[in-house]
Design a protein around this ligand. Structure first.
Ligand code: FES
Length: 160
C-alpha cells in the first residue's frame, strides 16, 4: 500500500474487513426476512394464477331442474371431467369437480350433512367451498364457477 495513501486515510487497515457478529446476524436476519417475504409473494402470485381458469361457457342445467337438497351430474370443461351441480337446502347453487382429490373416486352430495362424500376412504368435502373436512384428500375439490342467466345455469370456469 502506498505510504501517502496510508497517511491521507489514517484508518485501522487491519479492521477494514472486520464484520462484527452483531452485523453478521443483522445481515442474516434481513436477508432471511427478504427471502421469506419473496417466497410468500411468489406463492400468492402463483396461487392467483392457478385460481381462476375460464373455459367456454356450457349450459349445465336450469334452476327449475334442480330441487333444493339435490344434485345433478354434468361434465366440464372436457367430457371426461365429471362434476356435480348441487343446490343446497337453502336454495344456493354451487358446483364442484366430482373427482376426489385423494385417488379420484367420484364423490356424492349429502345435503343433510352439508358435504360431498367420498366412499372410497371416508373422505369428505364442504358443500360450501369444497374444502377438506374429513379423511385423506390432500386438497379441496376444484369449484366450477356457475353463472345464473335468467334461470339457466352456465358453467364458465374452474377455480382450483
Ligand atoms: Fe376419496 Fe380416497 S379416493 S378418500
Amino acid at each position: 500500500m502506498d505510504e501517502h495513501l496510508r497517511q491521507d486515510f489514517p484508518i485501522d487497515w487491519e479492521d477494514d474487513g472486520y464484520v462484527s457478529r452483531r452485523e453478521f446476524f443483522k445481515f442474516m436476519t434481513v436477508a432471511s426476512g427478504g427471502l421469506a417475504l419473496g417466497s410468500i409473494g411468489l406463492a400468492a402470485w402463483s396461487r392467483t394464477l392457478r385460481d381462476h381458469r375460464t373455459f367456454e361457457p356450457k349450459l349445465v342445467g336450469t334452476l327449475q331442474s334442480i330441487a333444493p337438497g339435490s344434485a345433478l351430474p354434468f361434465t366440464y370443461p372436457r367430457d371426461t371431467d365429471i362434476c356435480l351441480l348441487i343446490r343446497r337446502p337453502d336454495g344456493e347453487i354451487a358446483a364442484f369437480s366430482r373427482r376426489c382429490t385423494h385417488l379420484s373416486c367420484p364423490v356424492d352430495y349429502q345435503p343433510l350433512k352439508g358435504r360431498l362424500y367420498c366412499p372410497c376412504h371416508n373422505g369428505a368435502f364442504s358443500a360450501e367451498d369444497g374444502s377438506v373436512i374429513q379423511g385423506p384428500p390432500p386438497h379441496p375439490l376444484p369449484q366450477i364457477m356457475i353463472e345464473n342467466r335468467d334461470g339457466e345455469l352456465w358453467a364458465v370456469g374452474v377455480r382450483s
